[in-house]
Design a protein around this ligand. Structure first.
Ligand SMILES: [Mg+2]
Length: 276
């Protein structure tokens, strides 16, 4: 056969999938970072908050394992314990992590400014709203209730413990698509503040938007950002922007409030037959 038929989706976006910490709530993505530091401290192995942030976005147990594999942390562990960390250590730290995280989650549940306005825009466009997270189901039960009290109620929430594997694998995004009843995947845009967020969306065949300022990349809350001089802030944003672009993000903006302005562009690209 000399010719093949290409089927192309030319319709508009139908859904947006949002990350939680650092995207819609917990400006600076602090809640998990401080608990990872605490969990390692309890094992006699101090880690910096920057080290705690490196694997952000992953399932929290995977995250604990990945911290233990950072070379500097592995060396400190060896010096303290006389042996490298084992899977039993990872499991023990995860068991410590769960109650510590549950105890402080509500303290970091305030919505990122601009979230409610962005949600209104998504709703006006008729988009369904899904969500994914590295938090466990137990943690999400609490966070979903906190979000609802603040006016945010997504149509679907899928966490790392609901699927065979969390980010960067695409299953949480695909489970959202199924629960929302939305297809094809190019009719969905995934928004998040970490590199695994972007990989997750790309692996699911979706458009992806990276948030450089409000989440884990800067790792600072609003008050801390306000104290930076503009050259330092610009330099930090440039690094975050580059890292997200290099991971493959279709767009990188400061925060969720900047996402509505991108949607017409994505719709125009879809109408031209472009795919993510
Ligand atoms: Mg996040």
């Amino acid at each position: 056969m000399n010719f093949v038929f290409h089927r192309t989706y030319r319709g508009p976006l139908q859904a947006v999938i949002l990350d939680w910490a650092g995207t819609t709530m917990d400006y600076g993505c602090y809640a998990p970072a401080v608990v990872f530091v605490d969990v390692y401290r309890r094992k006699g192995v101090p880690i910096s908050i920057a080290e705690a942030r490196v694997p952000m976005g992953a399932h929290k147990k995977v995250h604990i394992r990945k911290i233990s594999q950072l070379e500097a942390v592995a060396q400190r562990w060896l010096a303290q314990h006389g042996r490298p960390p084992t899977e039993d250590d990872v499991e023990a730290m995860f068991q410590d992590f769960i109650p510590l995280q549950l105890a402080c989650l509500a303290d970091y549940a305030d919505l990122v400014p601009g979230t409610l306005e962005a949600l209104e825009d998504f709703r006006r466009r008729g988009l369904k709203i899904g969500s994914t997270t590295g938090y466990t189901g137990e943690m999400m039960k609490l966070l979903v209730a906190e979000a609802k009290r603040r006016g945010y109620e997504p149509d679907a929430t899928v966490c790392a413990t609901d699927v065979p594997a969390g980010r960067p694998e695409p299953w949480m995004c695909l489970q959202n698509a199924m629960r929302l009843g939305v297809y094809p995947m190019e009719a969905i845009v995934k928004v998040g503040d970490t590199l695994p967020d972007i990989e997750e969306g790309l692996n699911a065949g979706m458009w992806t938007v990276g948030l450089a300022k409000t989440g884990n990349e800067l790792g600072l809350n609003e008050a801390e950002i306000a104290k930076l001089d503009s050259a330092t802030l610009t330099a930090k944003l440039t690094v975050a922007n580059r890292r997200m672009r290099q991971t493959g993000a279709h767009y990188v903006v400061d925060g969720i409030g900047d996402v509505p302005a991108l949607l017409d562009d994505i719709n125009a690209r879809l109408a031209r037959g472009e795919r993510p």
